[in-house]
Design a binder for this molecule. Sequence first.
Ligand code: GRF
Length: 193
Amino acid sequence: KRIALFASGSGSNAEKIATYFAENADVTVSMLLTNNPKAGVIDRSRRGFNSGLHVPVLLFDRTTFYDTDRITEVLQQQRIDLIVLAGFMWLMPAGLVRAFPNRIVNIHPALLPKFGGKGMYGHFVHEAVVAAGETESGITIHFVNEHYDEGQIIFQASCPVLPTDTPDDVAHSVQALEHAHYPRIVADVLGRL
Ligand code: GRF
């Protein structure tokens, strides 16, 4: 099975996924796609994701992504089986979602349907969770459709939010859940394709 990773930021989830499958002969992380030339994930891929991996990186801009079928064509040419969003900040174009029905997964750093939707990403999520006085937060892994953070939920895991927790504390707890679960859930989805 062939995976394409999409990331816009640091890429800690992308790295966890790439290393998880490094020894798995049946699963290949075929390419990394990013919209951010300064994304930390590019450096991680240059370092072989700490696993001696060579993952080609495709950098694209908004025009290419939304006004052409170029990315969809590349993914089809590469015979990608599953698209894995790992901190990718743009909405997937409708054409790409249509070309890969139930073949795109995303991880959101909160317990959807709460604290989701456009603009609810990264630190804003954890700030909103703390501001709302939530006693728990967590992760949601879901299939991707044309709307932010909707699509069938595949997996959720929660962590406590203490009254003394700051958004950074929540971010730390949530990221631990991401790293603990996303690679395995991706493997589960691949196994069901
Ligand atoms: C994670 O919080 C993930 O839930 C969200 O974006 C962040 C990516 O972090 N989608 P990283 O770039 O994988 O470290």
